[in-house]
Design a protein around this ligand. Structure first.
Ligand SMILES: [Zn+2]
Length: 680
């Protein structure tokens, strides 16, 4: 019987942590299939129940229907990201569709929906608390937003739109991928590599070799190739060539062209939103965001653009003057921008990672974030050796509060290896929830790809790696301090433009002397990081902030323009974009270039009507951190408010209410402008 499957048994490990040492890849498929059968039985019981519908016997029962499915898929996808192999990859091909089908079976179940609707229609009769109301709303809306209220004919239309959208999204992505990989700028003269760092040159030699051009150097439009080239290459003509290639992706009128595709995607999204009763796609998306509606987003963008414009104009002028002075450039262009920005930055601040690394030994930095968590929230981290791990590099800790009460289990997996994907992320192996009065505490992990130790040197982090660790640890705190009834609303399960608040706010501590003094010591001499180095890090972090702000918000504006009204009127995309961005760019526009046709975030990814979120989250963290700064960065009272109003509440209430409970008022964009030096 399936009960012999380790994944379906109660884990007999410390804190019931995942018994990685006993799980074999071939356990996953039978376990998930069995878990789905079990979950479906419970859903069936909800539907068959003849008692009058109540919050408890429908919504809450559904919430508790599939814990095994959650658990097993969580373990599987975490391994798929952090410690994959051929077996896991092969299993994923079968595992994912099974899960998608299960999700569809539930979300398209009309009988189940009618039960939920009964509860929704009578919601005032059940005396629900805020969190229960939130769960009901989330549950009801998830069906409605999928078309549950439409008639059969409309449902047919909706299915057709979704099908078309998924095909077009894939085509868009394929075109960009092809353009990115097929473009190759070959260099055979060493002089043309002037300015480029040695590792970039080595990589380019490898690229050329892979393309059968050994002895030359090759650059593609992949990020790690094009960005260093535009930043460091002193050959201006070649920079122009790379810039043009990179800014015309999907816009060349050839068979990789995306012009008609983006128009179709925007139109279909609009039709779908209309069908569901929304004014536009952006209205549909923003209903489940902290920002709530397009009007709020657009005035948010306008406000910051207005404030950043004078700074951006002055910065552009500074770059122009600098380029003229250093290289006699009289017609400063977009392809000059990253190059002179980098040069000027180095000249002005004279700070680089190699100077900083000795002060950021990994073990010290970890100790630093633990101390921050201790000072703010009274948490302590006890390293464990008896908790099973999926790789020998993974460290485990028991997290305790100031009364030595168990809070969470914390896993940390720091270094790159084959089988781990790029980047850094926080994840959980077990979510937090309360069942029958028992608070089930979470098991949280952070996974990173930090500089490895060498035989002669410990792992020494660059400053960006330090802020990344603070960032992911902030997400981890959101998970570890979770304290809600329902897992669906627990920890990081919050609206999308709110989820980066706990992570981004924590990054602020990494720039503060009071915090750095706790842990940033030279790994050989023990000398504390010098104060002037800290100041340089701070100053350089907001260098050219005006330009960067306008650039990011011009993307956000393009996104909103596509999605917040009827896109039928958009004919010439270049004209359309120029109209939106003209007042946000001070360099001459380059004919024949386009953003939308390569804007994968919004046309091939999930960020449509959401690109503003980056800036939105920055405003939240700047405004929230200003509160800490005013009271002292380790002020326990403010920290406790942050924990009680935000970290522990997850998505159990609307984020604006949580924020106001913490801050006493709505977030103020001026905090960000002040931090960025854009207003005094
Ligand atoms: Zn994040």
């Amino acid at each position: 019987m399936e009960t012999s499957n380790i994944l379906l048994q109660k884990f007999k490990t410390p804190f019931e942590t995942v018994p990685f040492n006993q799980i074999k890849p071939q356990d996953f498929l039978p376990a998930i299939k069995e878990a789905i059968v079990m979950a479906k039985k419970k859903v069936e019981a909800i539907k068959q129940n003849t008692e009058p519908e109540s919050f408890k016997n429908v919504v809450e029962a559904l919430e508790y229907a599939g814990p095994e499915v959650e658990l097993i898929s969580g373990i599987f996808f975490n391994l798929h990201s952090a410690e994959t192999n051929d077996d896991i990859q092969a299993i994923a091909k079968e595992f994912s569709p099974i899960l998608t089908e299960y999700g569809n079976d539930i979300s398209l179940d009309q009988e189940l929906f009618l039960k939920i609707k009964k509860v929704w229609d009578n919601k005032d009769k059940f005396n629900l608390n805020e969190e229960q109301m939130m769960l009901l709303e989330k549950s009801y809306k998830s069906f409605v937003r999928n078309g549950a209220l439409l008639n059969d004919k409309e449902k047919e239309v909706m299915r057709d739109i979704s099908k078309q959208l998924s095909t077009l999204g894939l085509q868009f992505g394929d075109h960009i991928l092809k353009e990115t990989n097929e473009f190759l700028m070959l260099i055979d003269n060493r002089d043309d590599l002037k300015g480029l760092p040695e590792d970039v040159v080595e990589e380019a030699a490898l690229t050329a070799k892979e393309k059968g051009q050994e002895g030359k150097w090759g650059f593609t439009l992949a990020y790690p190739s094009v960005i260093p080239f535009l930043t460091y290459a002193s050959n201006r003509e070649l920079r122009k060539k790379m810039y043009l290639a990179n800014s015309t992706k999907g816009f060349k009128g050839d068979d990789q062209d995306n012009k008609e595709i983006v128009k179709s995607i925007a139109k279909l999204r609009y039709q779908k939103a209309k069908l569901l009763g929304y004014e536009s796609h952006a209205h549909f998306v923003l209903e489940e965001r902290m920002a709530s509606n397009p009007k709020t987003v657009m005035s948010f963008i306008d406000n910051i653009v207005n404030h950043a414009t004078p700074a951006a104009a002055a910065e552009t002028e500074e770059l122009r003057v600098y380029a003229r002075k250093t290289d006699g450039i009289i017609d400063y262009q977009k392809w000059d921008n990253m190059y002179y920005a980098e040069k000027l930055k180095n000249e002005k601040f004279q700070v680089n990672d190699e100077m900083l690394r000795p002060y950021f030994k990994l073990e010290k930095v970890i100790d630093g974030v633990f101390q921050v968590a201790n000072k703010l929230f009274g948490l302590s981290f006890k390293q464990k050796s008896d908790i099973p791990v999926y790789h020998a590099d993974v460290k485990t800790y028991e997290v305790l509060d100031e009364n030595n009460k168990h809070v969470a289990v914390f896993y940390a997996d720091f270094h790159p290896r084959a089988g781990k994907r790029n980047g850094a992320w926080m994840t959980s192996f077990r979510g937090q929830k309360i069942i029958n009065g028992v608070n089930i505490r979470p098991h949280i992990a952070i996974v990173c790809n930090f500089t490895k130790p060498t035989p002669t040197k410990p792992s020494l982090l660059g400053f960006q790696e330090v802020t990344t660790l603070f960032h992911e640890f902030g997400h981890a705190l959101h998970g570890m301090l979770a304290n809600t009834q329902y897992e669906t609303l627990s920890g990081t399960n919050v609206y999308w433009d709110f989820v980066e608040l706990p992570s981004q706010i924590l990054e602020n501590w990494a720039y503060e002397k009071e915090c750095l003094d706790l842990f940033a010591e030279h790994y050989e001499t023990g000398e504390k990081i010098p104060a002037d180095l800290i100041k340089k890090i701070k100053d350089s972090s907001s260098f050219l902030e005006g330009r960067a702000t306008l650039r990011q918000l011009s993307f956000a504006s393009v996104d909103m323009a596509w999605h917040s009204s009827n896109p039928e009127k958009i004919q010439d995309i270049e004209v359309f974009e120029t109209g939106i961005m003209e007042h946000m760019e001070f360099l001459p526009s380059v004919q024949g270039t386009c953003i939308s046709t390569a804007f994968s975030h919004i046309f091939a990814g999930g960020y449509s009507a959401g690109y503003y979120s980056y800036k939105w989250a920055e405003v939240l963290d700047a405004d929230a951190f200003e509160f800490f700064k005013g009271m002292g960065i380790f002020n326990r009272e403010v920290a406790n408010k942050f924990k009680e109003s935000i970290l522990s509440k997850g998505g159990s209430q609307h984020p604006m209410n949580l924020y106001v409970a913490f801050r006493g008022k709505e977030p103020n964009p001026e905090a960000l402008l002040r931090r960025a030096g854009l207003v005094k």
